[in-house]
Design a protein. Structure first.
Length: 153
């Protein structure tokens, strides 16, 4: 038996117990005499044993659940980033709008207070708030109120 026959024909048959007793003796004799075939045979057997070990491995239910959770987390990651970004934008622009509202509200309160003050001083001096006073001049208090309302100052 030469090395090519050993590897191509007899190796798998020997491992599957398909050789006759005469062929098995010849196979073992070649294995004991040929160092290269002996090394190849041991490596081949180890490879088959590893393959059997991996094919018979069955992960536990806990391992399967962990694996599925990891896959789902990675699958949902883009949505999580988009949600986080959306929440940040809402918080940022909502805060900005709130502070602008506060500023506008303060200006409005100032205008109302000044208007009330001007009206109360005008009423106390009995000034006519019509478009023209008794002397034919426009009322300057009323103009000041309109300026405050229009300019925001």
């Amino acid at each position: 038996m030469d090395c090519a026959e050993f590897k191509e024909i007899y190796l798998d048959k020997y491992l599957d117990n398909e050789l006759s007793s005469e062929e098995t003796k010849e196979f073992r004799l070649h294995l004991s005499e040929c160092r290269d075939c002996s090394i190849f045979f041991r490596g081949y057997q180890e490879l088959l044993n590893l393959q059997k070990a991996f094919s018979s491995y069955s992960p536990s239910q806990n391992s399967k659940d962990k694996f599925i959770r990891k896959i789902k987390r990675r699958k949902n990651f883009p949505f999580q980033v988009a949600t986080g970004l959306a929440l940040f934008m809402v918080a940022f622009f909502g805060g900005k709008a709130f502070f602008e509202y506060q500023t506008i509200n303060q200006r409005y309160q100032m205008i109302v207070n000044k208007s009330v003050q001007m009206i109360s001083t005008a009423n106390s001096t009995h000034t006519n708030l019509g478009p023209k006073s008794a002397f034919g001049e426009e009322n300057t208090d009323r103009n000041k109120i309109f300026e405050l309302l229009n300019d925001g100052n």
